[in-house]
Design a protein around this ligand. Structure first.
Ligand SMILES: [Zn+2]
Ligand SMILES: [Zn+2]
Ligand SMILES: [Zn+2]
Length: 123
């Protein structure tokens, strides 16, 4: 019953483990072998519950847990939960612009100009 200090992939024995059985919640295989075994990614970085391919940013506000990617989140009807939101227009830049009535920034400067909204937050 010797404990191995560092466990490697059960398949190839060469790579770190990220994949395993969802029911176990334990990783036994690396990404390559995991795909062959048909198992899911387990561990810290959870993937979208819908497609299993993208990092989840969307979830239920009541749960406060990110479970779906943007595409699946829209289908599920859940909201964006990521702490630092990106521009609603391009999704690439930090938002500073929004509706004065809302007081919340949704767009970056470039997209904000297109949307005709005002500067909400200074960075
Ligand atoms: Zn492997
Ligand atoms: Zn997804
Ligand atoms: Zn933008």
């Amino acid at each position: 019953m010797g404990k191995r200090k560092r466990k490697m992939c059960e398949g190839c024995g060469l790579k770190h483990l990220n994949y395993g059985l969802e029911s176990e919640g334990k990783a036994w295989w690396c990404v390559g072998c995991g795909e062959v075994e048909g198992v899911v990614r387990v561990g810290k970085q959870q993937m979208c519950e819908g497609c299993g391919l993208k990092a989840p940013n969307y979830g239920l506000v009541s749960e406060g847990k990110q479970r779906w990617c943007v595409g699946c989140g829209v289908v599920e009807g859940v909201v964006y939960l990521k702490k630092w939101q990106m521009c609603e227009g391009c999704g690439l830049k930090h938002p500073n612009y929004g509706l004065a009535s809302e007081g919340k920034a949704w767009w970056c400067v470039g997209c904000g100009e297109v949307e005709g909204v005002v500067l909400i937050r200074k960075q």
